[in-house]
Unconditional design. Structure first.
Lengths: 252, 232
């Protein structure tokens, strides 16, 4: 595999910033396809003939079609697609790659970010709250911790994708994506387990009665929701119970 | 009633966090913990906003934005919930009595906001369809137009949704201020706290139970946290 052509720093930054808006025109037909073309466009200007060249228009047309992946890991695809286009890969090969990488990038990102890192950072911030942190402390814990990994994941994806080109499947074997979700889930279980009782303690601060009864009720509710998980969502149950309490409060 | 300037700032905040949720930059400013706390700060009661945000965050643990699935939109709803919780001049007891209403408003608002996201995606599809020929020809201006239209409409949508929530909920809150009095503030905190923590714990179990043995990590954490809560 030949070495990747060097991209100007300005082009890198341009593509990187646009990646944050990759879902800006999300729709049920092309999903984030238009966003992929939008993000990669600054790099396509380097294709032979520039903005007026056939290669540029062919690339833009190809990449504004259907594409779906986790928005953060879409960076990996954008990096690989830019490299493929600049290497002059055949259009059919690029199309096949686009089709093949949607599923793995979606599944890996959902597992690592939506089902792992995001709830972990929420739990960490809830723990900070439960331990008595100020509003600024809670917010900084959440936003800071979450976005360090968020920005790093997008930057890594773009670099790794560009470095590997259409052979980017090897990057999907990276320890971060392979075993990372398991480590994050383990940390999430422990941190959330510690945080939630402490949240209840701080929410009811100043309450004169012991907290044990309320912890028991919360545990019962959690067990019931876990058992009924296929039938209903916990937050919907919460809406109904809160509504009943609210109506009782008003009519009493 | 709230000053117009505060309403404008809250609407702007709702627009920003609504845009953040899906379109740009997905930095999770839209999470209830952030949006409700900031709304409370704008209204001069950051503690009430944080309290509403923490409780809504527990509910939000269950709803992750997987792909094209339909999910609640927390940003604008959390801004409204934070503003509802931050009753001007309220003491801790009044804030506590208003909390179930604020959280309920946040949950219902999130459901309604989620529906507007579906409409946004349908609208985006119409915009893309209008440019179909240009996109097929690789016209960069069309790609940029479709992208910017989606971003601007999402920003406007989130601002409008937030303004609607505020206009409906704040007068309702003011009308209810003297009426919600079941068991005083202690019952309110107990009900809303137990519900939020119970739903949050159930949500975490759903996430971790698929990995063998991980439920024991959760059980150990709960045991540790409960012991600390009882002893503190």
């Amino acid at each position: 595999m030949k070495a990747a052509p060097t991209l100007p720093l300005g082009t890198w930054l341009h593509v990187f910033v646009r990646l944050f808006a990759v879902q800006g025109s999300y729709n049920y037909e092309t999903m984030i396809g238009n966003g992929i073309a939008f993000a990669a466009e600054p790099a396509f200007r380097l294709l032979p003939g520039g903005r007026d060249g056939d290669a540029y228009h062919a690339a833009m047309a190809r990449h504004s079609r259907y594409f779906n992946a986790h928005p953060y890991l879409a960076a990996l695809a954008v990096g690989a697609l830019v490299r493929a286009e600049l290497d002059g890969e055949a259009g059919e090969r690029v199309e096949r790659f686009r089709t093949a990488c949607c599923g793995p990038l979606g599944a890996a990102g959902d597992r690592l970010v939506w089902a792992g890192w995001l709830p972990f950072c929420s739990a960490l911030a809830l723990l900070a709250y439960g331990l008595g942190a100020s509003a600024a402390g809670v917010l900084l814990t959440f936003v800071g911790t979450y976005n360090v990994a968020h920005v790093a994941l997008r930057a890594w994806g773009l670099r790794a994708g560009y470095r590997e080109g259409l052979k980017v499947a090897s990057a999907l074997g990276s320890p971060v994506l392979r075993t990372g979700p398991l480590h994050v889930a383990r940390a999430l279980a422990i941190v959330a387990g510690v945080a939630l009782p402490l949240v209840l303690l701080r929410v009811r601060a100043g309450h004169p009665t012991p907290i044990g009864f309320e912890l028991g009720l919360a545990a019962l509710l959690a067990v019931a929701l876990a058992r009924w998980q296929a039938r209903t969502d916990g937050w919907r149950v919460g809406v109904i119970l809160l509504l009943l309490f609210f109506i009782y409060s008003v009519v009493r | 009633m709230m000053e117009p300037g505060t309403l404008v700032v809250l609407t702007g905040l709702g627009a920003v966090v609504g845009l953040d949720f899906v379109s740009f930059p997905q930095a999770m400013l839209s999470r209830p913990l952030v949006a409700a706390t900031l709304a409370g700060a704008v209204c001069g009661n950051v503690t009430a906003g944080l309290l509403a945000g923490v409780l809504l965050e527990c509910f939000a643990l269950e709803t992750m934005p997987f792909g094209a699935s339909r999910y609640p939109e927390w940003g604008p709803a959390s801004v409204a919930a934070g503003a509802v919780a931050a009753v001007p001049g309220a003491d801790a007891e009044l804030t506590a009595r208003m909390l179930p209403f604020a959280v309920l408003a946040g949950l219902l608002g999130a459901m309604a906001g989620g529906q507007t996201l579906v409409w946004l995606r349908q609208f985006n599809l119409k915009v893309a369809a209008r440019y179909r020929d240009e996109l097929a020809a690789g016209d960069a201006a069309a790609v940029t137009s479709v992208q910017w239209t989606g971003l601007v409409i999402d920003f406007g949508r989130a601002g409008a949704v937030t303004a609607l929530f505020l206009v409906v909920l704040l007068p309702l809150r003011d009308a209810l201020l003297d009426g919600l009095n079941v068991g005083g503030h202690a019952a309110s905190l107990t009900v809303v706290g137990v519900l939020a923590v119970g739903v949050g714990a159930g949500a975490i179990w759903k996430v971790v139970h698929s990995a063998r043995g991980y439920e024991w990590y959760l059980a150990a954490g709960v045991a540790l946290g409960s012991a600390a809560a009882v002893l503190l």
